[in-house]
Structure formats: structure tokens, C-alpha cells
Design a protein around this ligand. Structure first.
Ligand SMILES: [Zn+2]
Ligand SMILES: [Zn+2]
Length: 141
């Protein structure tokens, strides 16, 4: 969090310094006075260390967030793999869009595709493409 804050501030400083340097450069270029020289171009060089520090901090700050994001992405996949193996099915993957839904969900909460077919005789939810009830063997329509 601290890294990101420092990174954003350093980046903002660098961008501001570069903007001033570039504006001054073009102001001197477009000036009618032939002898006009950009006087604030040193700001461009001053901006470089800020740019490097800002880039480093942002990278480090968001890399940590990225790693956490990746871990968050892996966990549901691992869970659904467990589900396929029959080990504590916690999610029902939508065949249409791949979204994870509750195992008892009948429709995908992301795209609305039917996820499960309720058995007419016992009421159990079966996979949307199941032809026979997993619980009582009744034919599913
Ligand atoms: Zn879906
Ligand atoms: Zn049934």
C-alpha cells in the first residue's frame, strides 16, 4: 500500500516535471525570439529519477497485488477440479460461460444458462445435461 502511494506520488511528480519541461521547450521553439532557449529543460532530467523510483514502487506495489490476484484465481480452479473428482463439490461450472455457481444453483448467475435439471420424482438437482437422476435414476426431461 505504502509502495503504491509513493509510486503514484513519484510518478505524478515525474509527469509534472516532464510536462513543464516539454511545455517550456515548445514555448521556446515557437517563440518569435530566435535567441529563446528552453530554460526549464533540466526538469526533464530531474524527472528521470522520479520516474525510475515511481516505476519501481508501482511495479513492486502492484506485483504483490498481482500475486495475490493470481492466488485468488487459482483457488477456485483448484476447488472446481476437486469438484470434478467428487471431493467436496463447492461449485457448479457453467457449461456456457464457465462461471462458478453454487452447486445447488439451477441457473448460471452470470449468463442465465440452465445449470441443473431438477428431478421430477425426487427433486434432486442434476447436471443440466444429465439424462437420468443421479439420486433415484428417474428419467430427466
Ligand atoms: Zn454461465
Ligand atoms: Zn430423482
Amino acid at each position: 500500500m505504502m509502495l503504491r502511494l509513493v509510486g503514484v506520488i513519484a510518478m505524478a511528480t515525474a509527469v509534472t516535471l516532464i510536462a513543464i519541461a516539454v511545455a517550456d521547450f515548445f514555448a521556446a521553439m515557437s517563440s518569435d525570439d530566435v535567441g529563446a532557449e528552453p530554460t526549464k529543460f533540466w526538469m526533464f532530467f530531474l524527472a528521470l529519477p522520479f520516474f525510475v523510483v515511481g516505476g519501481f514502487c508501482l511495479n513492486a506495489g502492484f506485483l504483490g497485488a498481482g500475486a495475490r490476484y493470481a492466488a485468488g484465481e487459482v483457488a477456485p480452479t483448484a476447488r472446481s477440479t476437486m469438484g470434478y473428482l467428487g471431493l467436496g463439490a463447492t461449485t457448479a461450472s457453467c457449461a456456457s460461460c464457465g462461471a462458478h455457481n453454487k452447486p445447488d444453483a439451477k441457473f448460471c448467475d452470470d449468463c442465465g444458462t440452465a445449470l441443473a435439471t431438477g428431478c421430477a420424482s425426487c427433486g434432486k438437482s442434476n447436471a443440466a445435461d444429465a439424462k437420468f437422476c443421479a439420486d433415484c435414476g428417474g428419467k430427466l426431461t
